[in-house]
Design a protein around this ligand. Structure first.
Ligand code: ASP
Length: 334
């Protein structure tokens, strides 16, 4: 029987109303009783709860490292891992684990729900049961899925390609630049040709993340003369328009100049969730081209941000950072 470790980190899936009428995480034993079908799965299941389950809006890089350490400690004991996590920052955690753990040969499937377990119309039961089934799949004695995924509402996505698109619909996630890896319907269909084949054969767990990353969202009316370049930034993500466009104005160029003088690496990432950065396509991207700017290509914002933090955690020189940021480490970009 396949052996899966279920790690409960919090999120709506495991919440109940507290005395103030607000949703707050409860412990996993209360959840297990609400999903009797768990006992019917042909899977040997161990459940671990993090020290303090949280609403995922409270998840921090320390929480990602805690998960990396737990998975490293028990990597040899299990065929796969399923993480229960709030949906709000699920895409950030999925991206982080996909970069922090290289050479993965087992699935790490993250899921949650829009309605808590135990609520009549909850989506938690299907999400959890299918995530466990996908995690337990094998092929020639090996795990079929060997990457970090998000499972939600009948679809399995590459974790670093997905983002939360709706706070209301059960179909809460989307992966606009890469197709779903698998779907659960009457049959569970896995699209083998889309699965990630690790480039790294050596299993490595990284435990340092450096969050010295700033984010500036461009919008009509933004006065760049008033945008300071923080001395805490080592990297700044510019959320530009369309295919990576920005105003070609002296104020914007001066802002880029100040970033460069402060040793801040500029990364161009678009506000569009679908499509990619195409440097030089429009004249309006030419200001950015005058500077040492990296392209986030077709990465999600979440993935680009977390990738920068993880690479900063490796203390690379500027050139090596640029090379690694530009290549696909875990299938996050093309
Ligand atoms: N606020 C919740 C969380 O992210 C939302 C959810 O789980 O769906 O923890």
């Amino acid at each position: 029987m396949r052996k899966i470790c279920l790690i409960y980190t919090g999120g709506t899936i495991g919440m109940k109303q507290n005395p103030n009428g607000k949703l707050a995480p409860v412990d996993f034993d209360q959840l297990r009783a609400s999903i009797p079908a768990l006992a019917l799965l042909p899977i040997e299941l161990d459940v671990v709860t993090v020290d303090k389950p949280v609403d995922s809006s409270e998840m921090q890089p320390e929480g990602w490292i805690d998960l990396v350490e737990r998975i490293e400690k028990h990597y040899q004991d299990y065929d796969g891992f399923v993480l229960l996590h709030g949906t709000d920052t699920m895409a950030y955690t999925a991206s982080a684990l996909s970069f922090l753990i290289q050479g993965l040969k087992k699935p790490i499937i993250i899921t949650g729900s829009q309605l808590p377990v135990g609520v009549l119309r909850t989506d938690a039961t299907e999400n959890l049961l299918s995530a466990l089934e996908f995690a337990a799949m094998e092929c020639d004695g090996e795990a079929l899925i060997q990457e970090v995924c998000i499972y939600f509402e009948y679809k399995l996505y590459r974790g670093n390609r997905a983002y939360k698109r709706s706070s209301n619909e059960f179909d809460a996630f989307s992966s606009p630049n890469y197709p779903a890896l698998a779907e659960s319907g009457v049959r569970m269909s896995v699209y083998d040709e889309l699965l990630w084949k690790p480039v790294e054969s050596v299993l490595r767990f990284q435990k340092q993340v450096d969050a010295s990353v700033g984010v500036v969202t461009l919008y009509p009316g933004l006065d760049f003369t008033k945008v300071p370049v923080s001395e805490n930034w080592k990297v700044v993500l510019l959320r530009t328009f369309g295919a990576g466009n920005a105003p070609n104005t002296p104020a914007f160029i001066d802002f880029l100049q100040r970033c460069e003088e402060g040793g801040v690496q500029i990364i161009n990432t678009s506000q569009c969730v679908s499509g990619r950065i195409v440097p030089g396509l429009y004249d309006s991207s030419s200001a950015l081209e005058q500077f040492n700017t990296l392209s986030a290509k077709d990465m999600t914002f979440e993935s680009a941000l977390v990738k920068a933090m993880v690479l900063l955690g490796q203390n690379l020189g500027r050139d090596e950072f640029a090379v690694k940021f530009s290549e696909s480490l875990s299938g996050e970009c093309a």
